[in-house]
Design a protein around this ligand. Sequence first.
Ligand code: ATP
Ligand code: MG
Length: 712
Amino acid sequence: MLLSDLNDKQIQAVTETEGYIRVIAGAGSGKTRALATRFAYIVNELGINPANILCVTFTNKAALEMRNRVKKMIGNDYDLSYITTYHGFCVRVLREDIHKVRYPKNFIILDAEDQKAILREIFEELNLDSKNFTFKQILNYIANQKYNLDYIPTLLAGEERGAKNDLEKIFSKYLDKQLRNYALDFDDLVNFTLYIYLNNPDVLKKWQERIHYIQVDEMQDSSEEQYRLVKLLSNQHENLFVVGDPDQTIYEWRGARPEILVHFDEDFKGTQTIIMNQNYRSTPKILTLGNHIIKNNILRVHKDMFTETEGGVDVIHFHARSEFEEGLWIVNEIKRLKKEEKSSYSDVAVLYRANYISRNIEQSLIQAGIPYSIYGGIRFFERKEIKDILSYLRLVETGDNLSFLRVINSPTRGLGKKYIELLKDVAYRQRVSLLEALETHIDRSDLARPGAVEFIKLLRKFRTRKNEVKVSDLVKEILDESGLTDVLRRDGDAERLENITELINSIIIIETTDKEPLTLDRYLQEISLYTDIDLEKEEDNKVKLMTIHIAKGLEFPHVFLCGFNDGVLPNATSIKERGFRAIEEERRLTYVAVTRAENSFYMTESEGFNSRTGVNKMPSRFIFEISENLFVRKGIMKPEILKEAKEQLNIKIDVSGFQERFRVGDWVSHPIWEKGKVMEVNEDRGEYKIEFPKINKVKPITFTFKGLIPEK
Ligand code: ATP
Ligand code: MG
């Protein structure tokens, strides 16, 4: 019964349970399905207890999904906690055996925020500040030091290493604090497990004996250490089953080594390789588009997918003249899908390359009253950095307590809980707001702390500035003068900085497009729609928003890839850092995005000035790599854009390919005269005669004019 819905290759993958086996196959070919079924097969047909099978997935979400799938096949009677991530498994091992390195069982795990807190301490101790290093640089440095296990004996011995420079000093202190707190960061989890295995043959043996079968999904994104771990574990029983798609490697920047999958057979003689190339997920049109995009990668093993499904709707590229139009178009299309195709909101996923892109889409969705949720992320207006700055703005405008409490100590001004309690007390007794209380009594000895005095001075200044400068400039001043920018810079948290830039951009767009000047009061009113809504309604039927990275391995009936502009995807910073390899990885990301779609796929992007790059936004160069006949273009793309794209992106664009030939009777859309009907096609003169109802005239338009698009 387990095998009834599988093809021959999948059946082979499921039933070959012994030895070293790898499955290499493209997106949507049923790898994950085969892997889940194999797990069930080993349990149901071979009688093995799931406690002896390690099944590694890439994310916790994927692990959860896998457990549910497996449960359906084997029932509820088993403990499936070995269906997990590398990190999840390592935590299990360490809780049991970390005493081998004299750490207690209840060691703590540091997340990124904890790591920064430690760095803050170290900066103080060493008298360093953000001018020396950003936290991001240091965290990168630490991660690099942890690419091998050499640091572990030093950490465990609690020795000061002879540090030659500041970075080494910081690292040494970081390790020291780790030991004092019995703390491990994420990289340590795998490294410590490996270290303990390598230095304690008895422990290794125990685990090797326990784990009879190992299965790894998304192998192409495993790191060298993760691979070493499963290799070691499989030594005893020699059953290791790995599946992956090198074309979907999207974590090379964080140490993924797709070569491992490609050269797996050299590491294990006698490896069986199973190739699957039938796609069950997508319509032929979507699949062809995916194949077409990934073909442009140079570093890859050629493979094409095919499908037996037929038909399907066209892939659509929508080029919008503004981000507002882009959001609106997506929303309208979602509404249409719901109405005409009877899709539900939860059938729709909106994907993007960078978190800040969600802002525009969220606003459009909220305006249209469409419920949505963000997978693995926080809604734009809920993000800390955005809330902070908006609270400052509100405090300047209204002086309310909520905003006051949010920003009085952000960034820290040394005004702790006690101080705030005292202030609350004063305000309560005098029936005034916290801000008023502080302003009135700022000279009182118990209230006149330097941080508070400074804060009041700042606010007074902002209140004056609010009447003198534009809202966008006020935001910049608040950021700089309150110290928020410094905090963000020191953290080197690119995402937060991007979100802030995105917020400022969105204000500038209002300021430059609205006829009446934007006041702070009106701005706050406008966005209250986005900040005050009752956020998580208990409702499953929601549009799903997420980054492409999060979407890995998942599938959705309808997929929008939005913000598909050059510099976003491919990402300009990645290209700057890693050049050609980054472009290839960005192309794989695009491939991952396309191949998430089952029935329809849309790519959208918009024009406008990009203050990040200082030039006009352009469609992604990847759009120009795709043959025009593989998708339908909507929206009006002016010829200048094509020309500029050609120059800016320095890519070969076959401009003629963009020109569609119309026939008599076709309706077209013209950038100025809007709808028109083709009355005549004159091949000799190379022009159409088009009648435009708007001006009630027939105009000759040359074939080479790029502003005409089909009107549906
Ligand atoms: P990805 O590379 O994106 O992770 P995958 O190779 O893991 O994709 P799956 O998610 O396992 O692919 O399968 C894709 C879709 O095809 C799923 O909806 C799955 O149920 C379906 N599918 C897989 N195999 C078959 C089959 N033999 N017959 C019908 N449908 C199948
Ligand atoms: Mg999969």
